[in-house]
Design a protein around this ligand. Structure first.
Ligand code: FES
Length: 135
């Protein structure tokens, strides 16, 4: 009997190979490489952009970086956990959302004032010298 039917799915490996970014020429021309994509390792801010006891909101990256104490940096999602607005300002130790007035701690993202009920999720960052990067 040869009613054997075999379905072999060879997923197109050719498609995955199209993602080569071949910029490997060691030109050594002292180029300025400041166009890193927004991904792990990309510079987010300079430490001088973030005030001590306050923070800075990077709306386009949906992240807020704070400095609760001198030299101690934290980062949180800038998307309010109440209804999804991007938080609007940082002051008096809190990250504030103008949509309905929620406030979150700059230290750990905890809710300081509602209507939000969940904290802002932390984002991982690393600080090297005066550069703050996504971890
Ligand atoms: Fe931020 Fe409502 S969306 S308080």
């Amino acid at each position: 009997m040869h009613a054997r039917r075999r379905t072999v799915l060879t997923a197109g490996a050719a498609g995955a190979a199209a993602l080569t970014t071949g910029c490997g020429s060691p030109d050594g021309g002292g180029g300025d490489e400041s166009s890193a994509p927004d991904s792990a390792g990309a510079e987010l801010a300079r430490t001088s952009d973030v005030p001590v006891g306050g923070g800075t909101i990077f709306k386009d990256r949906r992240i807020v970086v704070t400095q609760p104490a001198d030299g101690r940096f934290k980062a949180f999602s800038a998307v309010c956990t109440h209804a999804g607005c991007i938080v609007s300002s940082v002051g008096d130790g809190t990250i504030d959302c103008a949509c309905h007035g929620s406030r979150f701690s700059i230290t750990d993202g905890a809710v300081e004032a509602g209507p939000a009920s969940r904290p802002l999720p932390a984002e991982r960052i690393t600080v090297e010298g005066d550069s703050i990067r996504r971890a």
